[in-house]
Design a protein around this ligand. Sequence first.
Ligand SMILES: C[S@@+](CC[C@H](N)C(=O)[O-])C[C@H]1O[C@@H](n2cnc3c(N)ncnc32)[C@H](O)[C@@H]1O
Length: 208
Amino acid sequence: MKDFLVIPERLARIKEVLERRQPDLRLFLERVVNYHNVSAILRTADAVGVLHVHYFHEGELPINDAITCGAHRWLLLHREEKVKEALTKLRDQGFQLVATGLFPETIDFREVDYTRPTVIIVGHELEGISETVRELAHAVVKIPMHGMVQSLNVSVATGIILYEAERQRKEKGLYEISHLSEEEIESILEDWAYHRVIKDKARGRLSS
Ligand SMILES: C[S@@+](CC[C@H](N)C(=O)[O-])C[C@H]1O[C@@H](n2cnc3c(N)ncnc32)[C@H](O)[C@@H]1O
């Protein structure tokens, strides 16, 4: 085993968090452009135990450290070049694709079984999800709106749906078992508690 570059208590804490991660509950950000929104989404994703976040975005994902409180550093972020190809691949791997929006075909977000392997797809702040996503999705879900305004802020909507997923998964005991193999945990730890620390030190940044 590698000599990790963080104190044993820190290592134990990272391991504990990894053991509760839900690799089969994923997020897909389709052109979410505002850094406040992206950062708030990533912070909630970490809190709920999401591990993989896929995103389609021109250039780097806009992340603000102060807003994420470093949460993005404990996620695996996957930049996708093509929405259709990326989602088709996930669908072929057995994920149900749950898109979000306010269309006639939408169902209430609480009707979905989020204990199944699931990708939750959220869209652009003004335009929402694309037609491509809408066509590929197994379901499009909506959070009921009872006020004057038609939609929620995307980070708020993501948080509400993620916590419904958390409720269902907790009820089924899915936070009590590790979903990652020992090898997967070792490999992530090697990256987070070794390579990253070296990179951070080289940049003059203390590892968090
Ligand atoms: C501000 S909304 C976009 C509004 C856009 N006019 C539309 O029709 O989708 C940005 C994103 O937030 C999410 N969202 C906002 N309100 C929602 C709601 N009530 N139900 C489900 N998703 C919602 C969706 O992911 C949406 O793509």
